[in-house]
Design a binder for this molecule. Structure first.
Ligand SMILES: *Cc1c(COP(=O)(O)O)cnc(C)c1O
Length: 391
């Protein structure tokens, strides 16, 4: 193999895009009277609700807090079961545990690694309270059968849509499809507030409960009390400090204006990868349904290990050595030591997620990538995999 790496400088798998207008928006917020619980929180919430087409958005300190608030709003409590796909980020399941709930892990479909709806139905019990679906990689789940199922059994559907702002399912926007829809504004996601998260819903009452939940369970916030000239407040339920600051919301609102063009660029990059994989037999991308517009938080491929001499770990290191920031999303959650010890989960329970895990590789994808960057990735893949190919 050619000793010279394809790239001299590391290409990350994801990266934020920030411009001068973002910086100026934050500076203006820092010069204002309110650093937190000020007017920019509501403005950001309204802008995001409008972006997804939901009536309400609640902004919180991170995407995990958004999931926790959604569990609270769904009424998840001690002993309740929450259906969660086995292949997701740990936070999806952790949020149920925070509320005393028990995550019940469900296997994913082989072609797109989204939750298997037939399998969801088989795992429902009398203790099931909510179903969480994850728009893995940015591909919306199959919402229609999921909604039918949760309506039939009077459950709440929570969409962990952290990968999918800007995605569409049968022409409907992600963020409006489930009862509660959660998003993250971490820098590796589609838009950023540094750390941040949002829940969107059309349920005004659930939105109000989540606004109280993010503020210790207290029914008025600092600004409201100042406006009313009162010191009195009451805590009605157990909440947390999951507030987001005004300068973060200033950044978020500024970032949102660019989100449509960034999603568009992610799709362009995906098309360029797709074209490459049409003539590359050693790995294949996940299948995209014709019913959706993908948001491409991740571009995930599956290695054809039957035709390769090396395993994924070796290929991962060799790609890194070529300067390509590949990643792996995710080790199935029930296989993490915490879940094995706490919920007695064992390997073998989620055969499709576990098999996929051995073959997965996430390729770099973010709006600031050039076509040349994409070509560097495919060149490195060709170099590494052709060298490892047994055919
Ligand atoms: C990023 C992410 C989260 C958590 O978001 P944070 O903002 O990092 O707390 C939850 N679920 C999924 C699927 C994610 O990708």
């Amino acid at each position: 193999m050619n000793q010279q790496p394809v790239r001299a400088h590391h290409l990350p798998y994801g990266r934020q895009t920030l411009d001068e207008s973002d910086i100026q928006a934050v500076v203006a917020a820092l010069r204002s009277d309110w650093l937190t619980t000020g007017p920019l929180v509501e403005r950001f919430e309204r802008a995001f609700a409008e972006f997804v087409g939901a009536s309400e958005a609640v902004a919180v300190s991170n995407g995990t807090a958004a999931l926790h608030a959604a569990m609270f709003a769904a009424g998840v409590g001690p002993g309740d079961e929450v259906i969660v796909p086995a292949l997701t980020f740990v936070a999806t399941a952790n949020a149920a545990v925070y509320q005393g709930g028990k995550p019940v892990f469900v296997d994913v479909c082989d072609d797109n690694l989204l939750i298997d709806v037939a399998e969801v139905e088989r795992k429902l019990t009398e203790r099931t309270r909510a179903v969480v679906c994850v728009d893995y990689a940015g591909h919306p789940c199959d919402y229609d059968p999921l909604l039918e199922l949760v309506r039939k059994h009077r459950l709440i559907l929570i969409a962990d849509a952290c990968h999918a702002p800007g995605a569409l399912y049968k022409g409907r926007k992600v963020g409006t499809l489930a009862d509660l829809n959660t998003f993250s504004a971490h820098p590796v996601k589609h838009f950023t507030t540094g750390e941040g998260g949002l829940i969107t819903t059309n349920d005004t009452e659930m939105a109000a409960r989540m606004r109280i939940f993010r503020n210790h369970g207290i029914d008025t916030d600092h600004r409201l009390r100042q406006e009313r000239g009162t010191f009195h407040y009451e805590m009605q339920s157990l909440g947390y400090n999951y507030r987001i600051t005004d300068f973060q919301c200033a950044l978020g609102e500024s970032q949102l204006q660019k989100l449509p063009q960034w999603v568009h660029r992610r799709r362009q990059i995906a098309r360029r990868y797709d074209a490459f994989f049409q003539n590359f037999p050693l790995a294949r991308p996940l299948v995209t349904s014709p019913d959706v517009e993908h948001a491409y938080h991740l571009y995930v491929i599956r290695l054809d290990l039957g035709r390769l001499k090396a395993d994924r770990r070796t290929i991962f290191s060799q790609m890194r050595a070529e300067g390509i920031g590949v990643n792996v999303h995710y080790l199935p959650v029930p296989l993490h030591p915490y879940y094995r010890e706490t919920f007695q989960t064992r390997p073998g329970g989620w055969p499709r997620a576990e098999a996929a895990y051995e073959e997965l590789l996430s390729l770099p994808i973010f709006p600031g990538m050039s076509d040349q960057d994409v070509d560097d990735v495919t060149e490195a893949l060709t170099k590494v995999l052709t060298h490892q190919g047994s055919v």
